[in-house]
Design a protein. Structure first.
Length: 285
């Protein structure tokens, strides 16, 4: 059985850790409120842009455009959004696992990483990093999303990559965060989208389809990236708040258990001392 000194030292250590987890939970809660509002304001535009562009392209038929046609490259770009810091439960590991189990050949994948945790882990596992923009996740802006979009689309147009995927965490609510893996280019349509597209409605472009798509596709990809960044920040803070809340509760249980053990050890020590005193007194008499 551990001594009273060991139990007291252990209890003091856990109490110090609990103070840290409480502070981290408070900070994450404050950050979550701001990030949640931002994500909720961004989501309608993010979703509407995705539906609108896919609807336009579904009604346009086959078009010869660098952003839509296969360019012959077998390289696959995956934009991975994680956090720069840990202590967020399974937030980062879920994204990393999703990339690993996506079915994409590792040797053909080029990662465009946003967040140190994803970059460090996936790089150790043998993935090639084409771009690291980890500083963006601290305070993402539309300009940041546009710069990443320009880099990815430039590589796509030059034939360095043939497909573009996005791995991020969708913010559903404070406690539910869904790892999401979606294909951006070339655009693919679900059966429902194809059936919903009225083939009798011909999509006309002015001045021409190439110039129109040169403007539409970058805005489409930028909007997807920006929406994903906003949701990822909210999800990260929500996950960290839950993790710190669980850690604080676990620390409280451990402190309670150690207090009980300490009292038992103290009572045992007092009982032993009394027994020794009584035995000594009887020996003298």
């Amino acid at each position: 059985m551990a001594s009273m000194r060991d139990i007291k030292r252990r209890k003091s250590s856990i109490q110090s850790t609990q103070q840290i987890t409480k502070a981290m939970k408070l900070v994450s809660t404050v950050k979550l409120q701001k990030a949640k509002t931002h994500a909720e304001q961004t989501d309608p535009y993010f979703q509407h842009m995705y539906r609108t562009v896919t609807s336009i392209l579904a009604r346009s038929g086959n078009m010869d455009h660098p952003y839509l046609a296969a360019n012959g490259s077998d390289k696959i770009a995956v934009v991975v959004i994680t956090s720069n810091r840990g202590l967020a439960g399974g937030y980062n590991s879920n994204i990393i696992k999703m990339v690993q189990t996506s079915g994409l050949p590792k040797e053909k994948v080029l990662l465009y990483t946003i967040g140190n945790k994803g970059r460090e882990t996936l790089e150790r596992k043998g993935y090639q990093i084409a771009l690291d923009a980890s500083d963006v996740i601290e305070s993402p802006s539309y300009k940041d999303a546009m710069e990443i979009c320009d880099k990815v689309l430039k590589d796509y147009a030059e034939g360095k990559i043939g497909q573009i995927y996005l791995a991020y965490t969708h913010f559903k609510n404070t406690v539910v965060h869904v790892p999401t893996f979606m294909k951006l280019l070339p655009v693919e349509f679900s059966d429902a989208e194809i059936q919903a597209a009225d083939k009798n409605l011909i999509m006309n472009y002015e001045p021409n389809e190439r110039e129109a798509l040169d403007m539409i596709i970058p805005k489409y990809v930028t909007s997807i990236f920006y929406g994903a960044l906003a949701e990822a920040v909210a999800s990260e803070n929500g996950a960290r708040m839950q993790a710190m809340d669980s850690a604080t509760s676990n620390a409280e249980e451990m402190i309670s258990d150690l207090s009980l053990k300490y009292n038992r050890a103290r009572q045992g020590s007092i009982t032993q001392e009394l027994t020794e005193i009584i035995a000594g007194a009887e020996a003298i008499s």
